[in-house]
Design a binder for this molecule. Sequence first.
Ligand SMILES: C[S@@+](CC[C@H](N)C(=O)[O-])C[C@H]1O[C@@H](n2cnc3c(N)ncnc32)[C@H](O)[C@@H]1O
Length: 383
Amino acid sequence: MPIRPAPDADLTACEFFAGGGLAGLGLSLDGAGFHTVLANDIDAAKARAFRANHPDTPLIHDDVWTVTPDQIPGAPDLCWASSPCQDVSLAGARGGLKAQRSGAFWGFWKLMQGLDAEGRAPPVIVLENVVGLLTSGEGQDFAAVCGAMAEAGYTVGALEIDAGLWLPQSRPRLFIVAMRGVEGPRLPAPTQPFHSSRLIAAWERLPEPVKTNWAWWRLAVPPRRNLDLATVLESDAPCFAPAETQALLAMLSPLHRARLEAIQASGERRVGAAFRRVRVKNGQKLQRLEIRFDGLAGCLRTPSGGSSRQYVVIVEGGRIAMRRLTGREAARLMGVSDAYRLPASESASLKLMGDAVAVPVVEALTRGLFLPALTGRQAEAAA
Ligand SMILES: C[S@@+](CC[C@H](N)C(=O)[O-])C[C@H]1O[C@@H](n2cnc3c(N)ncnc32)[C@H](O)[C@@H]1O
């Protein structure tokens, strides 16, 4: 792909590990934020979804290790990387960043170094990942990422943000934000909720030179969420036959069964979310159905195994109906509008959304952190 000049007027972003392009949706702030000038993803299904929704954005459908600086237009203001999380995920095996898929971060980083060598390094770099990155490889992965950024002259900081502050989905994620040549708003000391105790513990383990280049980025806490799981449901999605529902309910633990029975007895309409999990009791593996009725869905996951399927449980007038969460509901749980074109298959939609970043979280970072830093720089240049 040849070099293309980046548009002048906009703040520009490149989106790596772009998936369906949800980071770009958040960064764009509906046209008031960043203009994505290049995206990259290795996966064919993700590339199809990306192109269907962002037909004007150049996408390199290939391994990030094959992307070269000459394919990146102009000098991007921000580069975003949502590198694969499977190997550091608390839900999976702990291979750490050295494992094959998570190692893709270093392909991204090589590219950032290439841009730097040409004087085109972005002033803002963001790595989104699972919170497990704080502890994977006994903390060495987090230290390696932050260390590489600090060594390149960036001020580094991180935030642990749960999308549940905006959306009816519990989805804690780690955002490492590095800035160079621009000043983002910061706090004198770590502050809840975005500087969690596990983040502070990970920071304490960092080598001294990284700690001295560290910033506790400031981000406003949003007003209380007014969306509930019930508000994202599709009204016409078919429920399971009674026998299938009964088979699932038979997997409830006594505690979860008691909770469900109390709701049934109240006669109220309540919507819950449930996952199947394998639990070990007295040395034996048990299939359990775990239900929550706190108005939140559980964290969306990629539907690669039985335990990652999420169910919707509707209790009304003492009756219980169950069904799978739909792809459209998953998209709504990520803050994606219904105008977003989902793949035709439910499983591809669920995979797309299960891997993605929640749009309102990216919007909050854009408004609260990236734009103040970058527009401050523009104001200085104009003065
Ligand atoms: C956690 S998902 C990020 C999804 C994205 N943020 C979104 O909102 O849809 C990680 C993505 O990295 C892609 N990926 C994995 N290894 C890659 C590689 N070596 N080069 C480029 N992309 C890769 C996967 O296909 C996947 O879409």
